[in-house]
Design a protein around this ligand. Sequence first.
Ligand SMILES: [Zn+2]
Length: 85
Amino acid sequence: MATQAGPTRSAAGNSVGAIAPCPRCGQPMDPGVLGAESLVGGAKWMRGRSRLSLGGEGLVSPDAWGNVYFDGYRCRQCRLLILGY
Ligand SMILES: [Zn+2]
């Protein structure tokens, strides 16, 4: 008896979505995750670099291990990241 696989033939299990082209060079970007350690306050968006973690708009809170993660895309050529939060 040959058991038929049935109609459950889904192609994509992990849908990252369409690969975004790099806004600088137009090449397809690599999907991935940016991970960073941020024990205090999580990841923040600031208008300039600051050693003080005061101010800034909190984007992502750290998990129990003090890590923050951003799903996004990377262009190796331009060293450009496009991140979602
Ligand atoms: Zn690029």
